[in-house]
Write a protein that binds this ligand. Sequence first.
Ligand code: MV4
Length: 449
Amino acid sequence: MFKRILIANRGEIALRIIRACHELGVEAVCVYSTADKEAPYLRQADRAICIGPGPAKESYLNISRIIAAAEIADVDAIHPGYGFLSERPDFSQACRDCKIEFIGPSPEAMGKLGDKVECKRTARAAGVPVFPGSDGAVEEEEEAIRIASEIGFPVIIKASAGGGGRGMRVCHNEATLRSSIKQAQQEASAAFGNGAVFIEKFLEHARHVEVQCLGDKHGNAIHLWERDCSMQRRHQKIIEEAPAPNIDRTKLQVICEGAARLIKSVNYHGAATCEFLMDGKQNFYMLEVNTRVQVEHPVTEMITGVDIVKMSIMIAAGMPIPYKQSDISVRGHAMECRINAEDPDKNFRPSAGQIKTFEAPGGPGVRMDTHVVPGYTVPANYDSMIAKLIVHADDREQCISRMTRALGELHIEPIKTLTPLHQRLMENAGFREGGIDIHYLERLLKSLT
Ligand code: MV4
């Protein structure tokens, strides 16, 4: 096992990784920007090193400063968490060049899965279903028209280097497709330094189901079943749950096994998530692979009992995954509400400032992942997520009751948070029936104004 790890992140995930380190008997070194210098989680670390000012580009996104801190602290490995540098092959490569273990995939595996065209090709080869569309990148207008006439409208143009909803265009007819293709290439080139775009069938009403996977350095790959993340707004998930409600388990098993096969086929090391869309007939199509630990990993931890962050560290240290696929069973139901410092009544405007009252819920089946304490000031520089409230119960109905109870115990003042929205959603009939799609929340919010 490593002696010392540097955590190239901040906030709740930095604290989550500190905790995993300490349970493994590993020292945790945090880096921080001046905007985070008073953050109390830094005192849980064995050492904290300032790497620059508040703007992320000058601190949490600055590879040379983070590597310098890693050299000064003499760490064996770096955990990137999520966001920031976590999906950057050049960061994984910089760690390799400095003989520091990157806790996550190799730059090669990351690059292969991060490129959507390449990822789709790899998925197809592994027998994982993807949307019908172009075989690779689309160069010419005529080629795009030919493919669209084969698969039928609507189609979606996506940037191969895009992801998380960036660089996409939906086309409902030949005229818009013709006028969009060159624009999409130019936009992708400007935004990602890679103008490659591809086309696939566009699915109007879909659920977002993703599969948690782990791969180790001994050729083992397993899945930890799925999560449903359909409750989202502008590509920001706000509620995630596991198992995904009202889906045939046999079908899910096929998809989960496919996801594990895919990450095995690229010799993947660490935690990965394969994202799928599901249509109204329970057909699945893979979208992309996230090559990191995700925000919503706790819901999977609650239903499987597997510590995903600990696993990511053990795998990087060269240890085999201590589970066979048949060891992974699902117990009960788990749900996560993201507590963002945003005002849901003011178009989700960020609500930064000092938190005076912070009372966290507790009791059976309740987990609160947060770095916030009373008196904490939410910096304006970063993501607005300040806590994740995760609950676990025997079934979905009891899980919703437990979440309702826990939300009632959560008091954060005077800043605004998503808490009242979550309380309404727990009472919402459509949500309670478990049949929501990726546009549900936006439709609901529109109907309320
Ligand atoms: C799609 C799609 C419909 N059809 N692809 C958005 C994020 C990126 N991962 C891919 N995305 C989508 N791809 C096809 N062929 C709809 C979306 C999409 C979406 C997907 C997951 C979660 C939320 C979403 C919100 C809008 C659009």
